[in-house]
Structure formats: structure tokens, C-alpha cells
Ligand binder design. Sequence first.
Ligand code: SAM
Ligand code: SF4
Length: 330
Amino acid sequence: MEKLIDAYERKIDYLRISVTDRCNLRCVYCMPPEGIELIESKDILRYEEFLRIVRIAADHGVTKVRVTGGEPLVRKGIIEFLAELASIKGIDDLSLTTNGVLLKEYAQRLKEAGLRRVNVSLDSLKRDRFLKMTRGDNLQQVLDGLEEAERVGLTPVKINMVVIKGFNDDEVLEFAMMSKVKPYHVRYIEYMPFNTQEGWQRDKCITARELKEMIEKVEPLFPVTDASGGAGTARRYRFKDAPGEVGFISPVSEHFCGSCNRLRLTSDGKLRTCLFSDNEIDIRKALRDGSSDDAVEALLFRAVKEKPQGHQINENIFKKCSRTMSLIGG
Ligand code: SAM
Ligand code: SF4
């Protein structure tokens, strides 16, 4: 079967699916306090519609699927959906991004459904600040969720920290130190410009290079080159003899567009060719008007063909995405 290869010879084998725009938190960099205007339920894809797309994508070389949101664990039936996804021939890496609030409750069932691993978003280890950043008083639940994910073997457990200057940058070191006592992969993500009330400013974004320097002032890091953490966008390091790792994801300062292998599917059935491009291809219509699999497949190939070479958010000409991350699916 013909593979999904774009105009710049990048092989597209990774699909990120946002299964819902709903969320049980309201992170300041992602949503306004009152939440976003929700997509009408009828416009959100049904699980069988997502599955149809994934089956077609898998026939053309997609092997990795990440389920995200909104908060994926708030959507009813998520476990059964993940089990169906895991059983699709060709999908050999199924993962989930979650805010961790419901993780303790779900971890065992996620593992049993065939999920390989989880990425948990966590930006502060201080209760007050966690509350300020997420507008939810759920820090302990997230920490319990991390423990449970490790216990049931959803590993490596990755922790994603979005670092915002003047907000949580004083905790960078403390997060890194978690990797010395736990097998967690702590990953720092540069703060990205999306359409939120909070207002993105270039100087609130601390670059991966600066973050690494901050940590190495205290203790040296050694590059990790093995495949255990899976191929990905993070530059990976480890403290000497540490069970865990630290990684840096730098979409703003040093983008990884040249090796980008992904397509995104929003909960309302739009294929997005790049996180920072508002070019969307409507696949829902084809799913609902009786179109054949060939027609759906043609839309996937079209999206791949239209994938831009790169984004320019680090240059002066950056523009914010018209959707927030919760709508696109981070
Ligand atoms: N609700 C889940 C969660 O928070 O993990 C999944 C969806 S969330 C949109 C996915 C990721 O996007 C999270 O790790 C979040 O921190 C990240 N994110 C949201 N807005 C961001 C921004 N402006 N800059 C960087 N990362 C952002
Ligand atoms: Fe919800 Fe995740 Fe956005 Fe936070 S980052 S508001 S948890 S979707």
C-alpha cells in the first residue's frame, strides 16, 4: 500500500487524535477561566469514526497513535475506544496525554486496554501554584496518578512541564531532580503562542538551551541515545546513574519541522497539517455523507500533501493559532 509521504520526503507515521474539547482543568496557557466555547456534541466524532480513520491511516503506514484532548479521560467510553485502537493491525505504539487528574482511577484499566504509556502534564509541585496554573486543586491526585501509572507499567511515565518565565521557572531544578529518584522522563516544553486570554509574550518563553544551562549549573547531564524512550521530539539527557531522564522540547526556539512525522485530527474531525498552521481539512463530512474508504483515504493523502515545510513562530512573523491547544490536541 502506498505510504503517506509528504512533499518534503517526510514519512508520516504518527497520528495525534484529540477525542474531546472538554476538560476538567482550565490551565491559564490553554483556556480562559470560564472554559472555551464547546463544540456541539453532534459535531464531535464518534469513536467508530475515529477508528475508521485510524484503520485507513494504518493501511498507509501510520504506526503510532497518541490520544489527547481536551482531557481524554473525561470522555465516556475511552477505555473501550483505546482497546479498539490497540487492536488495529499496524498500530504498534499507542499512548495518551493526560492532565493526570483521573489517572489513578484509570491507570490499571488503561494498561489492560493495551495502552503502552502516558504523558502527564504537570507544571508545578506546589499546591497553590498548581491551583493558579490549572485553576484546579488537584495536585495530589496528579501525583497519585503518576505513582499508579508507574506501578501498573504504563512506562516510561513522561511528565511534561510547560515552563513560563516568572511563573514556574523556579521549579525547573526540582522537576529535574525527580528523575534521580524515580524512573520518570521529565520533559520541559517551551511555552507556545496560542489563542488564549493570558497573552503569549516571547520573553515569557524560556528556551530549551536556557533550561539545560539552568540545570547544568548544578549538575551535569549526559545525552541519552538509546531507543527506550521512543523516537520523539525531545532531546534526552540523564544525570549520572539516575533511573529517569530529562528532555527538552523546543518547538519555539529550535523547531523540529525537518523531521516532523505527524498529522493531527481534531475532535470535530478536521485534519491539521501542522500545530501552527490553521490549514484544516474536513474529514467529518466524508465520514458522514456515505463516502467510500477511498474518498477518506484521499483526504488523508491531501492533508499530507499540504503539510507545510515548517512554521515560523520563532521569527518576528509568528502568528497565534486561532484554536487553543485544547481544541487542536496538544
Ligand atoms: N489535557 C491533557 C493535558 O493537559 O495533558 C491533554 C491536552 S493538552 C492541550 C496537551 C499538552 O499541551 C499539555 O501538556 C499542555 O501543557 C500543552 N499546552 C497547552 N497549551 C500550551 C502552550 N501554550 N504552550 C505549550 N504547551 C501547551
Ligand atoms: Fe485542559 Fe490540558 Fe488544556 Fe490544561 S492543558 S486546560 S488540562 S486541555
